[in-house]
Unconditional design. Structure first.
Length: 300
């Protein structure tokens, strides 16, 4: 006996959504990156999420500076630097200044898949293993610790601690914070403002006004800032300020002479002593009537 067949349409899958996105999943076995939903679905800038996903997919040791990221993305330095600061403030990104071999200070970048959820101490960089010719046993006693060497001046000096923002000059901080109004590229972090504030305070103490300081830091900047703007500002602040010239009083205007009446033509003119005006002094004198009669009698 034949099996019964129904002409009714098959029901749609109850789990399929009626609107929105429908994922077509493909199981990947290579060349993929796992990103937490908290990062992928983070509210805010799409550039920040894109930069985070790109950094997560890179192998260790790949440069992730602003210049390197600008070569990959079409966005400029302002958006890229803003995305890095947002990731840093959210705890996904950490930039540390560490001393490498030979005492060279380098900035190392650590990226966390989960902020405040990974290992509390990032892995330290591996030191190059010395060759057989370089392996020389050196006995180091407690008297030759790095702290004692730095204090004695024989070892590399430790970098000075950054100045706290609360201890900086308020006027200098206000000048540095307002630079972004003149040039939107001059966006400084709190640490950068604290480090630059003492140099700005020295300029202010030397008699340079706030307007002159702002003009000196923002005039004729390069079109493309390949480095952080704080380095350019620190270089400009390293030059001593020019002495402010003493203001010279303007010359006093000449005194105003009083009005006089000309003795010859009764015209008003300005003069210190009076008498005749300039036209009457230049005209030849007319002979009087008595003088004319005497000349006629003499001629006769």
């Amino acid at each position: 006996m034949a099996e019964p067949q129904s002409n009714a349409r098959l029901r749609a899958d109850a789990g399929a959504p009626t609107s929105g996105v429908i994922h077509v999943r493909t199981r990947l076995t290579a060349d993929f990156t796992v990103i937490a939903n908290a990062l992928a679905q983070r509210r805010g800038s799409a550039v920040t999420i894109g930069v985070a996903a790109y950094i997560s997919s890179l192998p260790d040791g790949t440069p992730v500076s602003i210049a390197a990221l600008c070569e990959h993305f079409t966005e400029g330095e302002i958006l890229i630097s803003r995305a890095l600061r947002e990731l840093e403030s959210a705890g996904y990104l950490e930039r540390r200044r560490e001393r490498g071999p030979g005492g060279v200070i380098r900035t190392r970048t650590y990226f966390y898949d989960v902020p405040d959820g990974g290992s509390p101490t990032p892995p330290r960089p591996r030191k190059p293993r010395p060759t057989a010719a370089q392996e020389t046993p050196v006995a180091r006693t407690a008297a030759h610790t790095p702290q004692r060497e730095a204090a004695a001046g024989t070892g590399p000096a430790a970098p000075p601690p950054p100045t706290a923002l609360a201890e900086a000059d308020e006027q200098a901080v206000a000048i540095l914070a307002s630079l972004r109004i003149v040039d939107p590229r001059l966006i400084l972090s709190r640490r950068e403002v604290a480090n630059l504030a003492p140099a700005v305070g020295q300029w202010l103490a030397a008699g340079v006004g706030p307007t002159q300081v702002t003009r000196a830091l923002t005039t004729r900047l390069p079109d493309h800032l390949l480095t952080r703007p704080a380095r350019i500002l620190a270089f400009r602040l390293s030059e001593p300020p020019l002495p402010v010239p003493t203001p010279v009083a303007p010359p006093s205007p000449p005194p105003v002479l009083p009005w006089r009446t000309c003795d010859g033509c009764d015209r008003a003119f300005r003069s210190a002593n009076g008498g005749r005006c300039r036209d009457c002094r230049a005209a030849p004198e007319q002979p009087t009537a008595a003088a004319s009669g005497e000349d006629l009698r003499t001629a006769c």
